[in-house]
Design a protein around this ligand. Structure first.
Ligand code: ADP
Ligand code: NA
Length: 328
């Protein structure tokens, strides 16, 4: 049997928000304690699938490195690296793209959504980026992939691609399994019918990991709830206040029931301030550490360089085997 390897990636597109933290980064920190081999890629190759600005991208890569470290990813436990520095990602993606049919990609929901927002339906890279994701994962013969439910179909593509490769060229890739996020999807503070997202144009809807305590208080004060003043947990009937309870639960580890019990006698406007304090308590050390690290650019580059070296040591033999199996 094969040694477990955990792989995940995050695009360097601006400062992560509270949804990213609760849905992904918080569990990434735990996974590095549970598994020996853990890789986290700053997915810059994925960031150029849509029009982008080079200066912004360059800054965002270092910001993301600072952010991962500030959240508690430890470079001696996890391999943090910049995807483009390990060239085998793109090379394996090419080989896998030759095993992937056009209709298989066309049916993926994210393509349907994202291509509509791009001129001319978007780039070929945007169309094939799930193949690059498959390559990201398979390049390390990864066995476990933490994913949000929005990525489940892409992981299924990865699994299908691994099976297809194994059938055509011989058994080689383990079939990677999802580690599903157990936390609730965090919703927009301004419109609880949609998820918190970095692309939300509404001011005050999204809490960034670098928000100051004052900004956090304002955003929670303005959070949309309903006309019932009690704190209850009912995501269908009362999405607004339930979102606050979900945030509280994810950051304090208390169950939603327990939170509701302990909030008896509090109205929603008081509870908003309580949750704001919970968020401030969690994010302040992250914000401060991130600001400190952003002044240590050469340290960040060194962490990424070391990470890429280690990632490449794992990737190169895998890619060499694949190339040989394919007939190169
Ligand atoms: P966005 O939707 O803001 O562009 P991404 O698609 O870059 O975020 O998501 C990065 C990671 O964060 C994924 O694992 C995704 O499942 C998780 N994530 C994004 N938004 C949320 C949310 N509102 N609640 C929980 N997890 C989220
Ligand atoms: Na998403």
């Amino acid at each position: 049997d094969i040694e477990p390897r955990v792989f995940s990636g995050i695009q360097p597109t601006g400062i992560p928000h509270l949804g990213n933290y609760i849905g992904a980064l918080q569990s990434w920190v735990q996974l590095q304690e549970q598994y020996n081999t853990v890789l986290y890629s700053i997915a810059d190759l994925h960031s150029i699938t849509v029009p982008q600005d080079p200066g912004t991208l360059r800054a965002s890569i270092l910001d993301m490195a600072a952010c991962l470290l500030a959240c508690g990813i430890n470079p001696s436990k996890s391999c943090i690296f910049q995807q483009s520095q390990v060239t085998e990602h793109a090379e394996l993606a090419w080989i896998l793209s030759c095993l992937t049919s056009m209709p298989r990609l066309r049916h993926l929901p994210q393509w349907k959504v994202k291509s509509q927002t791009q001129r001319n339906e978007g780039s070929v890279g945007l169309f094939t980026y799930p193949v690059l994701q498959a390559a990201d994962i398979l390049l390390y013969r990864s066995t476990h992939v933490p994913v949000g439910d929005d990525q489940v179909q892409h992981l299924e593509l990865t699994q299908d691609t691994a099976r297809l490769f194994n059938r055509i060229y011989g058994d080689f890739f383990p079939i990677p399994r999802a580690i599903m996020s157990t936390s609730k999807k965090i919703r927009s503070l301004r419109d609880p019918s949609s998820k918190m997202s970095k692309s939300d144009p509404q001011k005050l809807a999204t809490v960034r990991l670098t928000d100051t305590p004052e900004e956090i208080v304002v955003k929670f004060k303005k959070a949309v709830t309903d006309f019932t003043s009690e704190v209850t947990y009912d995501p269908e009937g009362r999405p607004g206040v339930s979102n606050l309870v979900a945030i509280d639960s994810a950051l304090t580890g208390r169950g939603t029931e327990e939170i509701v019990q302990q909030s008896r006698g509090m109205d929603t406007s008081q509870y908003k301030l309580t949750v704001a304090q919970v968020v401030i308590h969690k994010l302040s050390p992250i914000r401060e550490e991130m600001q400190r690290l952003q002044r240590e650019q050469s340290y960040l580059r060194e962490v990424l360089y070391q990470g890429a070296q280690r990632a490449q040591e794992m990737a190169a033999p895998v890619y060499d085997s694949v190339a040989r199996m394919v007939g190169f």
